[in-house]
Design a binder for this molecule. Structure first.
Ligand code: UT7
Length: 323
């Protein structure tokens, strides 16, 4: 018997407000040209005043349920990957659970910064395979606009708000070529935690803090580790990289996407990019990009897809699935 967990539905939510690069040029010493040339970003969405991470995650979850043709009552696990929770506790996942009217099963948050969705795929896949829950909502939701230093041009131009969600469903009698998560592989190395961090938190400062990053150093590590984890994940799954139809990367910088594709000799046309429209939405960026490529007809049912991400910690990871 093959147990395989497949993506039954996907949904997203982006706040209405769009902030183009030009608006940032009025706030800090930057320009539309610099941001586009160095990152590929043209605009980002910003949550309205009072709009929280759970608001975005809830709407993405509803859209994913609708896409799967399921009701909230069908879900018995909610995993919310976020580094910008509504509150220190309770978990944003439980707030979303309550708003969905789900009173059974379990809900918890997972914090692996920009790799949160990939960590979520790994953990959700394992929990479903272990035989407890049957259908999970995996949500990546962020309001990074709340932890940016809007006077630091090195970081405030890079991030945006948004949410993406998938319904992951267990199938106990799947065929070997059935849709499903084939393999996932997650990594971290805390030696590099000072290169990308938030300078506040309940225990150390009793404040929320602001995002700090050594951009250039992060860039170099990101390219090396992403390429390696993609190679490792494919090898562990026994699938040659050439057999993968689409690559859905974390959307931090277009130049990172290009450098990784070059390193792995991947056709750049198979790498999904939404960084221009969304900027870096941390744990939401992979489902946002995947949703875009499904909507525009590139990713189709049966395609082999690799997801990957890299973020603070450092954390990183990759997952291979048949959609
Ligand atoms: O999601 C988690 C993972 N995050 C990432 O992967 C982000 C990785 N890092 C990056 O994407 C890039 O390093 C950045 C986009 C952050 C920066 O690009 P860069 O080409 O590495 O630039 P740099 O940091 O080496 O800075 C080059 C110059 C500096 O000026 P000087 O010292 O050469 O005079 C910066 O002060 O660009 C300056 N600069 C800016 N100029 C205009 C930095 N930010 C800006 C800006 N506008 N917004």
């Amino acid at each position: 018997m093959i147990v395989r967990n497949a993506i039954a539905g996907i949904g997203i939510y982006l706040p209405d407000r769009v902030m183009p690069n030009m608006e940032l040029a009025d706030m800090v010493d930057t320009s539309d040209v610099w941001i586009k040339e160095r990152t590929g970003i043209s605009q980002r969405h910003i949550a309205a005043e009072g709009q929280t991470t759970s608001d975005l995650g809830y709407r993405a979850a509803l859209a994913a349920l609708d896409d799967a043709g399921l009701e909230p009552s069908d879900i018995d696990l909610i995993v919310c990957a976020t580094s910008t929770p509504d509150l220190t506790f309770p978990a944003t996942a439980t707030i979303i659970q309550e708003r969905l009217g789900i009173h059974h099963g379990a809900a918890f948050d997972l914090q692996a910064v920009c790799s949160g969705f990939l960590y979520g795929v790994n953990v959700t896949d394992a929990l479903l395979k272990a035989g407890g829950p049957k259908r999970a909502l995996l949500i990546g939701a962020e309001t990074f606009s709340r932890i940016l230093d809007w006077e630091d041009r090195g970081t405030c131009v890079l991030f945006g708000d948004g949410a993406g969600a998938v319904v992951i469903e267990r199938s106990d009698d799947a065929e070997s070529d059935a849709p499903g998560i084939l393999h996932s592989y997650i990594r971290s190395d805390g030696r590099y935690r000072d290169m990308l961090y938030v300078d506040g938190g309940p225990s150390q400062t009793q404040t929320v803090g602001h995002l700090r990053m050594q951009g250039n150093a992060v860039f170099k590590h990101a390219v090396t580790e992403i390429a390696q984890v993609m190679r490792d994940c494919a090898e562990q799954a026994g699938v040659p990289i050439e057999d993968i139809d689409w690559f859905v990367p974390h959307q931090a910088n277009q130049r990172i996407l290009q450098a990784v594709a070059k390193k792995l000799k991947i056709d750049p046309d198979t790498v999904i990019s939404t960084v221009a429209m969304h900027a870096n939405t941390s744990s939401a960026s992979v489902p946002l990009a995947m949703h875009q490529a499904i909507q525009d007809g590139r990713i189709e049912r049966g395609d082999m897809v690799m997801l990957e991400a890299f973020g603070g910690g450092f954390t990183w990871g990759a997952a291979l699935l048949r959609y």
